[in-house]
Design a protein around this ligand. Sequence first.
Ligand SMILES: Nc1nc2c(c(=O)[nH]1)N[C@H]1C(S)=C(S)[C@@H](COP(=O)(O)O)O[C@H]1N2
Ligand SMILES: [Mo]
Length: 241
Amino acid sequence: MTHDDEGRSPDGPPVGRRALFGMLAAGAAGLAAAPWLQRGWEGVLGAASQADPTGLSGLLPNPGGFRYYSVVGSVPAKDASDYTLRVGGLVERPRTWTLPELAALPQTRLVRDVLCTDGWRVKSTPFEGVLLSDLLDAAGVRAKGKALAFTCFDGAYSENLTLEQARRPDMLIALRMQDRPISHQHGGPVRLYAAPMYFYKSAKWLSRISVTPEVIPGYWEQRGYDIDGWLDPEDRRDRAA
Ligand SMILES: Nc1nc2c(c(=O)[nH]1)N[C@H]1C(S)=C(S)[C@@H](COP(=O)(O)O)O[C@H]1N2
Ligand SMILES: [Mo]
């Protein structure tokens, strides 16, 4: 269920389809007024940015494809030589993993549809990586730890999961997407893949996971998004717990 189906946005983004098309109408001035909205279509971004200095072609429909989202204008590129993922907070053994170390752990592959609250969907997309619960077990969550806070090396985005959500077998620290290493624009080398939730939960450019005593609302959740982002309403029952 997207907020478009409901005709309203109880847990949707402050910038949804209507606002997006409003900006399309407003043209380049509308884009300039929203500098955080860095968007492009997969496959056309390079060509579009050269042929179209306004970048507006990046807002045209691209059925079946991904969009690239970033809340900041540029993000440093990281690779196996300098990437690290740190797990800390309320854990017994805070530690840091390099990319080769993460790649050496058992990998899980999931193939699900990806849905963004803006209304686009990409069918049957493979993601592959380390089970989040494996990293939590390695670090040893302390009794007071009840949630996770995710930090990104873009310096701006943040996300969260409850510990119960994080331990599900469909929560990945993803190293691969579409059966190749995650590209920089898709949040590589490592992003969260929260398969049962809207794609905003899947924080790109992941740098740190901190175990916290309670949920800390993430970037979009401070701006009106639902804190959990479940795709299947059946899963929402965990909120009663
Ligand atoms: N660091 C970071 N992670 C992020 C975002 C972002 O802007 N910055 N956008 C979120 C949203 S709203 C979506 S739909 C997906 C988009 O992922 P993609 O750019 O790989 O398509 O990333 C999510 N994770
Ligand atoms: Mo999104």
